[in-house]
Every structure is written in structure tokens, then in C-alpha cells.
Design a protein around this ligand. Structure first.
Ligand code: IFM
Length: 458
């Protein structure tokens, strides 16, 4: 671990061009199905449809029934991606659009949509990078236990095979899961995301079943002839609030939950100390063997570091999430930093720290990395603060490359403003503004900036 960096208030955009990235570096933008597609009446219901109808769960009371109407406007969106000059588009496949009940009967109409999208991307010269699961579990599956049940992992692998069979001939790069950490913590432990369970540490099997689903899906994808398979995990440096043993212990625990609980089994084939005992699952060794089958690359979603201290002294609410007092850690605010509209601190150099840390922690077990998400929420079309954010983070990424970390690509979150989960439409992460009344797309200043920055790389 490199030492914590000095905190400074500056993130100003440098007027000079970005440093040069390798010629074959993969540049992309990302989205997810539930956040942009809309056309909810043409698919099965997911946990997020049900969650959004529970009063008070989505803060602005909205649903993703229409979202950005990408289902009908995908051609316009692919043209935006092409004109931006990126080589790849990370989207997700909606499980309930392909398999409305999560098992058995497949929807040809649902598969046809992804067929058309992939064709459109290929015709535009953009590499399709589908994620198979980005939190929209079919509601029927949830009603019989969802990810709390082991056999959901098997259902997931069967669905992965269906998707691979339909679009695999044109898809060179695959992602199994998006951020199983958030889906476990926010969706099942704290109840802040769908499906809204408040299981605290009893949510641990949800983490294991997702990881098992990942392992089985990798197997199914490879059997279908697919290659270049990875996973998108969210990670961030965890800083202790002080050198006091209680703060350090709390920070280590948070690091375990956010970072090691997912990366260790995937990359080392074992859970961090203590977790296997709590899980107490028969056949764990065989599961771990599946989970740690070699990946072609490993995806990192990075947004911010977290400052963590002993419980009792932190805020009751943090980044819009209620922190129950029984947790053995308490996040604290990082002071003296600019913040995004979400209130997240902007700390570009922590990105270098994270990447170096990963290299040191996993050494020769670490496959090449791809940054599968990085971005920020800001209002406005003249979004100079997003430009400063991206500029700062790309420079930090370049520092990690220069230090020898093998990073092969970078995807901005997100192409479009979209349905930001429990925040509804209140947080705007897009390079392209979406007017939710008219669905008109307007590229922001950051879109033009990135297009020029990428042009200068050619
Ligand atoms: O919008 C989300 C995305 O779905 C997963 N990663 C974080 C983004 C911003 O919160």
C-alpha cells in the first residue's frame, strides 16, 4: 500500500493535452439496461420495477419505465458513440428482457433487440462489450429467493449461454457481473437498493452466489466459444480516519467488504480470513475453484476513496445511504476536496493508489486490468467540472501505467444521463444530456472535450 496522499483542493483542468496512452488502448463509454432502455412493457419485471413502486425507496419517486428510451433510440445513441470516437461500448443485457421469468422460456423479441444493437455497433466500428447482469434480477426469481438462493447462480449461467448463442458471433469481449459488492451491500444488506433486503451480515450468501454465478457463466460462455471474459467490480482505496487501532481495524474491515470479499476469491481462489467460516457452505472448495477460473482481464469501477473510522462517530447518513449503528465501521467525510453533485469527493490521485495497490496485492495472479467505469455526477451542459474530473483521473491512470500497471482500457460512466437507481433522475452522470420530458439528447462540453482528447491520441 502506498502512503495516503496529501489532500489538496485543486482538480483544475490542465490546458495541455493528455499524456499519450498505448496505441491499442481500448477507449469506451458505458451504460446499463435498466438505467437507459425503458420499454418496460416489452420485458419481464425486475426487482427494480418492484422496488420503485415502494413508497420512498426511489428518492424522486420515479421509475425506469421510459428512462432514456434507448430501446427505441439505440440508433441515435450508437451514432453518438461513433462520433465520440471511442472504440467500445459497454452496455448490459436485461435478464428479464431475454428471459422474463429468469428461467425457461426465452423472449425472441428481447433477444432481437440485442441482435439489432450489436449489429448497429459493428456497423459503426464500435466493439460491443455486454455485461450479463447489472442488478435487474427477474422479479419471479426474486420471489423464490433470488440471489439468496444458490440455484440462481445456475439459472444465471443458463441465461448467459442463451445470450452467447444469439450474439456471441459478433461479441469479442464479455463481462459477467457488474459490482456484486454494491448489489450485496446496498441491495441485500442495507436495503437501499432493490430488492431492498436489510439482512446485514446475513447477506453474505448473496455475495457467494453471485460469485458462483460468475464462475458458472464463465464456464458457459467458454463452452459457447466466447473469449476475452472479465467482471466489473467496484473498488476504492480505504483510508483509516486515524492511526488509532480502532480506526485502523474498522478501515481494514471496510476494505475487506468492498475490495477483498470479491477480488480475493476471484483472483486468489480463497475468501479473506473468517468469511469461509461464516458462509459455512458445503462444497466451498469446489465453488472457489470455479470462481477463480482464470479471467482474460479484470474490470475495475473507480469513483472515490473512503475514509473509515470506528463505529459511533460517523454520520448517520453517508452519500445518501443510512448507516445502521450495528456496523463495525463508520464512513467519514473526506474534507478539503471538491465534491460531485452526489457529494462524492473528487480524489484523482487515489485512482493511481488503487491501481498500484491492486498490482502489489495480487501480483502475478492479476490479469490485465480494464477500467470499466469512472465518472461523476454534475448538472449542466457546459460541464467544466466533469472535464476536470476526467482529465484528472486520466492523468492518474496514466501515472499507474507509467509505473508498470497493466491497464488495457478505460470506459467513462456514462454515455447518457440516466436512471441513477435510488436517486432516480436526480444525479446526471452523462457525457450527453437527456431531457427526460422530450428525450432529446444534447452532447455536453465533456463530450466535445473527450472527442478532442481522443483525436489527439491518434
Ligand atoms: O450508475 C451506477 C452504475 O450503475 C454502477 N456503478 C456506479 C454508477 C454511479 O453510481
Amino acid at each position: 500500500m502506498i502512503p495516503r496522499m496529501a489532500v489538496s483542493a485543486s482538480t483544475g483542468t490542465s490546458s495541455t493535452a493528455l499524456p499519450r496512452f498505448p496505441g491499442d488502448f481500448l477507449w469506451g463509454v458505458s451504460t446499463s439496461a435498466h438505467q437507459i432502455e425503458g420499454a418496460a412493457e416489452l420485458r419481464g419485471r425486475s426487482v427494480w420495477d418492484a422496488f420503485a413502486t415502494m413508497p420512498g425507496r426511489v428518492k424522486d419517486g420515479s421509475t425506469a419505465d421510459v428512462a432514456c428510451d434507448h430501446y427505441h433510440r439505440y440508433r441515435e445513441d450508437v451514432a453518438l458513440i461513433r462520433d465520440l470516437g471511442v472504440g467500445a461500448y459497454r452496455f448490459s443485457v436485461s435478464w428479464p428482457r431475454v428471459q422474463p421469468t429468469g428461467a425457461g422460456q426465452v423472449s425472441e423479441r428481447g433477444l432481437d433487440f440485442y441482435d439489432r444493437l450489436v449489429d448497429e455497433l459493428c456497423a459503426a466500428g464500435v466493439r460491443p462489450v455486454p455485461t450479463l447482469f447489472h442488478w435487474d434480477t427477474p422479479l419471479v426469481l426474486e420471489e423464490t429467493g433470488g440471489w439468496r438462493r444458490r440455484d440462481t447462480a445456475e439459472r444465471f449461467a443458463q441465461y448467459a449461454a442463451v445470450v452467447a448463442e444469439r450474439i456471441g458471433d459478433r461479441v469479442p469481449t464479455w463481462i459477467t457481473l457488474n459490482e456484486p459488492a454494491e448489489h450485496t451491500l446496498l441491495g441485500h444488506a442495507l436495503g437501499e437498493h432493490a430488492p431492498g433486503h436489510r439482512l446485514l451480515f446475513d447477506a453474505l450468501p448473496v455475495a457467494h452466489h453471485q460469485l458462483l454465478g460468475h464462475g458458472l457463466a464463465v464456464q458457459a460462455l467458454r463452452a459457447a466459444g466466447a473469449g476475452h471474459i472479465g467482471i466489473a467490480n467496484s473498488h476504492g482505496p480505504t483510508w483509516a480516519a486515524s492511526d488509532e487501532p480502532a480506526d485502523r481495524e474498522a478501515a481494514d474491515f471496510y476494505d475487506l467488504l468492498l475490495n477483498r470479499l470479491f477480488a480475493d476469491p476471484l483472483l486468489l481462489g480463497r475468501y479473506p480470513d473468517g468469511i469461509a467460516e461464516i458462509l459455512d457452505t458445503p462444497g466451498l472448495d469446489a465453488d472457489l475453484k470455479l470462481i477463480s477460473a482464470p479471467l482474460d482481464w479484470y474490470g475495475i469501477n473507480y469513483y472515490q476513496p473512503t475514509l473509515v473510522g470506528a463505529p459511533g462517530a460517523g454520520p448517520e447518513e453517508f452519500s445518501g445511504v443510512h448507516i445502521p449503528p450495528e456496523l463495525p465501521f463508520a464512513p467519514r467525510e473526506i474534507e478539503g476536496r471538491p465534491r460531485t453533485d452526489f457529494g462524492w469527493p473528487v480524489v484523482p490521485e487515489a485512482f493511481t493508489e488503487l491501481l498500484l495497490d491492486f498490482r502489489d496485492r495480487y501480483a502475478d495472479r492479476l490479469p490485465p486490468l480494464i477500467v470499466t467505469e469512472n465518472g461523476c455526477s454534475y448538472e449542466g451542459i457546459d460541464d467544466q467540472r466533469r472535464i476536470a474530473f476526467l482529465d484528472g483521473h486520466l492523468r492518474s491512470l496514466h501515472r499507474a501505467l507509467a509505473a508498470g500497471v497493466d491497464v488495457r482500457g478505460y470506459f467513462v460512466w456514462s454515455l447518457l444521463d440516466n436512471f441513477e437507481w435510488a436517486e432516480g433522475y436526480r444525479q446526471r452522470f452523462g457525457l450527453v444530456h437527456v431531457d427526460y420530458a422530450t428525450l432529446e439528447r444534447t452532447p455536453k462540453a465533456s463530450y466535445a472535450w473527450l472527442r478532442e482528447a481522443l483525436r489527439a491520441q491518434r
